[in-house]
Ligand binder design. Structure first.
Ligand SMILES: [Zn+2]
Length: 148
């Protein structure tokens, strides 16, 4: 064995601490680690990481992808608009909810890139996902524009 799969991530055997980590750890890795430590807020790197994760999830439908987002407590995605060219996806209860508002900043690019990777694999051709709203930006929820 020389590389991990998403299935491997589910093999957890921790007697005392179990299978959960606190949200502040996830946020710390995401925002202080990736977002603030990498050049240009980690733009390119975050995209690469997210796409790869999305491809690895092994989901077979949009419903399955959204269910996984909710089960992994990333957020609760809901399609607000959909046509043949794409869809608008709102994400409620996003991991960023409750953080201080920072003018002009949107921080949930990794989550969008995960969607992008999963949807691209699902549809067999390039799908692009752009973050258009974010709690940190002062919006009421996070939102993505998905283009097929
Ligand atoms: Zn957000």
């Amino acid at each position: 064995m020389d590389h991990f799969t998403f299935e491997d991530m589910k093999k957890i055997k921790r007697d005392n601490l179990g299978d959960m980590v606190p949200l502040e750890l996830f946020r710390t890795i995401r925002l202080i680690g990736l977002y603030q430590a990498l050049p240009s807020n980690g733009k390119g790197t975050t995209l690469t990481i997210g796409r790869r994760i999305g491809e690895e999830l092994g989901v077979n439908s949009v419903e399955e992808l959204f269910e996984l987002f909710e089960n992994m407590k990333i957020g609760i995605p809901k399609i607000v608009k959909e046509d043949e060219k794409g869809m608008t996806v709102a994400v409620y209860d996003c991991f960023c909810e409750g953080l201080p508002v920072m003018e002009g900043k949107m921080v949930c690019d990794l989550e969008g890139a995960i969607m992008e990777g999963a949807l691209t694999k699902l549809r067999g051709k390039r799908v692009s996902v752009r973050e258009v709203k974010c709690n940190v930006h002062g919006d009421e929820y996070c939102e993505y524009e998905v283009r097929y």
